[in-house]
Design a protein around this ligand. Structure first.
Ligand SMILES: O=C1O[C@H](COP(=O)(O)O)[C@@H](O)[C@H](O)[C@H]1O
Length: 260
């Protein structure tokens, strides 16, 4: 298998509003590129503040120019609650993004909310494997794991990404595509999450980090200061096969000690 990994770019903006504008253009450009290349665009969403920062994508000009019918939507992590629950990442995306554009409902991969965390993770993994068989998802030539076109990730102040938390061993999972947790340190406790082998097989990853409460962790994540407890947090493990792009606002970038 090939072994080469992609590059990393750090973009800093004056405000969260500017991040939102840049993120919309970045996503629209990638949508055009991948649809031209392969006829579809597979996008993996996070929950949290990301969905609000995506707001410019569902406004003109992108709302009308993007080929939404070619999009496929997945979640990098999900809270195991009913899909209509306020804690659901699906509901967050539906309210703030998906309800505003015309993506075919059969291309939207919400979790099975009738399952236990273990069952929901196994179900999601099985559905991803079916999409590999039906050639919607290719396998990475580097890792052998399913390869998504774009993952849009957020980060917590503890350095968690998806639902991979610093203090939980499932961050080290190397075999499964999707794993589960029943004791997330951030509520709600039951969650499922993509594993690092899948996350790091994506072609493109955007790490979208805004707000002063993330400034210390952004500094750790970008390698300019060591982690306070000496253990690299999950955010330091993210890489993409083509390009990992960090989108930081002024507040999140306020403590960066690198020239990146
Ligand atoms: O619980 C979660 O947290 C992270 C970070 O959220 P944010 O509000 O700090 O941006 C999010 O990326 C993840 O999807 C979500 O389940």
């Amino acid at each position: 298998m090939a072994t080469q990994k992609g590059k990393k770019t750090v973009l800093k903006f004056d405000s969260e509003e500017d991040v939102s504008k840049a993120l919309a253009k970045y996503t629209a450009d990638l949508s055009e590129k991948f649809i031209k290349q392969k006829g579809s665009f597979t996008v993996v969403l996070s929950g949290g503040s990301l969905i609000d920062t995506m707001r410019k994508l569902v406004e003109p000009p992108y709302k009308d120019s993007i080929e939404w019918s070619k999009w496929w939507i997945f979640w990098v992590d999900e809270r195991v609650v009913p899909l209509g629950h306020d804690d659901s990442n699906y509901k967050l995306a539906l309210d703030g993004f998906l309800s505003k554009v015309q993506i075919p409902s059969s291309n939207i991969y919400a979790i099975n909310d009738k399952e236990s965390p273990e069952g929901a993770a196994a179900d999601y993994e099985a559905r991803l494997k079916q999409l590999v068989e039906s050639k919607v998802l290719p396998l990475s030539a580097i890792s052998g794991f399913p390869k998504f076109d774009l993952m849009l990730l957020g980060m917590g102040p503890d350095g968690h990404v998806a639902s991979l938390f610093p203090s939980r061993t499932h961050r080290h999972e190397k075999e499964r595509l999707v794993t589960f947790i029943t004791d997330s340190p951030k509520p709600p406790p039951p969650r499922i999450t993509f594993t690092f082998p899948v996350i790091n097989s994506a072609s493109e990853i955007a790490m979208v980090v805004t707000g002063a409460e993330l400034a210390n962790m952004a500094d750790v994540a970008l390698g300019s200061v060591p982690p306070p407890d000496g253990i690299p947090p999950p955010c330091t493990e993210v890489s993409a096969e083509e390009e990992l792009t960090w989108f930081l606002d002024k507040d999140a970038a306020s403590k960066l000690q690198t020239s990146e």
